[in-house]
Every structure is written in C-alpha cells, then in structure tokens.
Write a new protein. Sequence first.
Length: 285
Amino acid sequence: MVNTSSRVLMTGSNQITQRYGNGHGGVDLVKKTNQLDSITAHSDGTVVWCQSGIPNDTGSSGNRSYGNAVKIRHANGYYTLYAHMDSVVVKNGQSVKAGQKIGYMGNTGNSYGAHLHFEVRNAADTRVNPEPYLNDDLPGNSTDKVTGYTGDLTYRAYTGKAWQPKVINCGDGADGYAGIFGLPIEGLQIDAEHCDVFYRVHVQGGDWLPEIKNSGTGADGYAGIYGRTIDGIQIRTNQGYVDCRVHLVGDKDYLDWVRFGATYQDGPDGYAGIFGRAIDGVQMK
C-alpha cells in the first residue's frame, strides 16, 4: 500500500490500495490503517450525476459497478467521481464546496471490500491519472481563485427581422443582454476569445437544430431559422464553462443561470429555456 495525503477523505490521510493504470481508471483509497472515513468533495463544483440504493454486486458492469456514487463538474470543466460509497448525502444539480461531505466510504457495486474509488476526468470526460491531484488543485482550478472561461464572450440575437447589436459578456439595462423584450428570438450567434464555442438552439414546436461552431456568415453562421421562434439554447466549450440565462416573452424575470461545460447534458436542467415558451433575451458570462 502507498501512504499519501488526500483532500477527498475527511481526515485527510489515506492509503492507496490500487493505483491508476493497467485497466484501472481511478485510484482506490482507504483511510490510513485501513479504517473507513467520510468522503469529501475535492473542489468546488456541481453534482452532475449521482446514484444510490445500489448494494454490493461483485462482477457488475456499467454505472451499476460504481455502486453508490457521485460525479462533480468543476470550474475548469474537469470532473471528479467518487464510487462504492455506503451512503450519498448530496443530490443531482447541487452545488458543493471543497471539503464538503458528499457521502461515506462503503462496499457497494463491483467492490470486494470497503474503499473509495476516485477518478479525475478532463473536460472531454476522459479519465486521467488522479494521483497527482489527491492533495493538489485540478489544472486551472485553484481553490484560491476558481476560474471558468477566461475571455470575452460576444453574442447577438436575430429578432424583429434584424440582427441586433452585439453584446460582450453581460450587464444591466438595455445593453446588457441580446434581444428585445417582447420580440421572440429567431437566431443566435456566439463568439469567444481563446477557445472554440459550440452551440445549438431548439425551435418552438420542433427539434434541436445542428450545432454551430463559433459564428460566421450565411445560413451556416448562426443557430436558428428565420421565422421560427427559439425556446431552448445549449452551449459547450473546450475551455472552462459558460454561464447562460434567458428571458421569456411575457415574464418579469430571467430564468436561473445554466452552466455549460464540455458536453451537452440531457434533461430540463441541460438547457436554457422552457420548451414551448419563446425566448426574447439572452445573457452570458
């Protein structure tokens, strides 16, 4: 066993019982001297997947093999995953802080003894060696300054039969959002400094349209169809994350911010908007 320190166990110190590599996509940990311990979030982030109610099931595969587990997305687009827990005390969509308890070490799923299986995944959701990060920050994700996308976002909306002025990031007042309240948006363009940004829109009464990379000219240079109202927006980026919120025709306030990372997420929390409700304002940061 390899002795080390860790920020994913509440007591801090642990033993590595199985290292990363040779078909093992994470690192297995127990508390020093083979004791159990509470599991804590490595860094600030948002729970994007969790499951509970899984018993010990040796030989299982897929998500069930993780047992009771939690996956957290962090500010730099990386993910951490915590598996085989006895119990989970957070829920999907919950924001967590570094060092916050998320569960208790256990022996669930495809496990042959109580331990924590800990994974680190990059912004493409690909497993990387977690050992360098057991007691250190994720790349570009310092606990002193949590950063997301590090450049200006420029975006504009097509509404009222014309492209409206470009908006840089977001602010208050008429210049702080793309669109015109009361007029449904039919097209969207987004550009970002220092990275590629991908986006797509959902048209009211229809489907998600093809993805657009950055913005350009002509029919392929924007997301949308002139004459068709947009009621959903999804964004992904190869650096950090983008926050987006929308205003709906007839509403007083904006909907909640939605955080977009490296991949599109399914479900009602995976896009900005409400299907069937026209969007007339967009803010990003």
